[in-house]
Ligand binder design. Sequence first.
Ligand code: C5P
Length: 259
Amino acid sequence: MANIGSVRQRTSLGGSSLDEARRRLVFPLDYASLDEARAAAARVAPSIGVLKVGLELFVREGPAAIEIGRELGLDVFLDLKLHDIPQTVGRAVASAAALGVRYLTVHAGGGAEMLKRAAQEAARSQGLILLAVTVLTSLDDGDLAAQGVQGSASEHVLRLARLARSAGIHGFVASPHEVPALRQALGQGELLVTPGIRPGADEGGARGDDQKRIATPSAAISAGADLLVVGRPIRDAADPLAAARAIVQEIAHTLHPAS
Ligand code: C5P
């Protein structure tokens, strides 16, 4: 099993203030075609650290989408949110590792055996970091109750994160709201990734879209998040590079208030 400190250290989040902030920003390539994704990625590349390839693009374009990261010299986060029987997920993790991606998501709700098999395959790879998706930020307590889950979303996030960690996974996806409790429960060495980021959310000026558990970049960083996934606030901005740059500046200022 990987040493607990190593996963967070391996992401090399240090560096100058703006560079460190940039490396914490993950931009999802939520586009329908390779051409659109490549053009968008090239536009924002100076202000982001990681490109996330998700279901929309991967289902249509496959591994070619991952090449965009290589072309731009950026890490790729393959967000397939795997959830299947242990053998199938283990083999899919091995396939993803062979593509050279840096991060890959699996659903923590897939159970201990599935998570263990995924962790074993990742450990055989060259540097693949698994991220266990806890409770999607599009779900709230009411949605979980409707699924028969007892307790709050926050409690369920912690339950699932502990399960994933026991299986040997050291990266977690959750909303910024759960980050302080995750840090406390899991310690400093784990990598915490937060979607549901909305600049201006605390001023009531931001749309959550389908996200229900949202926070600003600054609040997520203050809470202890490592990587921030920001999609629509950049993708749908009139000037996506300027939007990404503003988020990087907000992150840098939160990390180093004097800078
Ligand atoms: O910032 P925005 O809401 O547009 O981000 C959406 C992106 O974040 C999508 O790519 C979605 O798959 C991803 N996401 C995630 N985990 C969640 C919620 C959203 O990876 N819990």
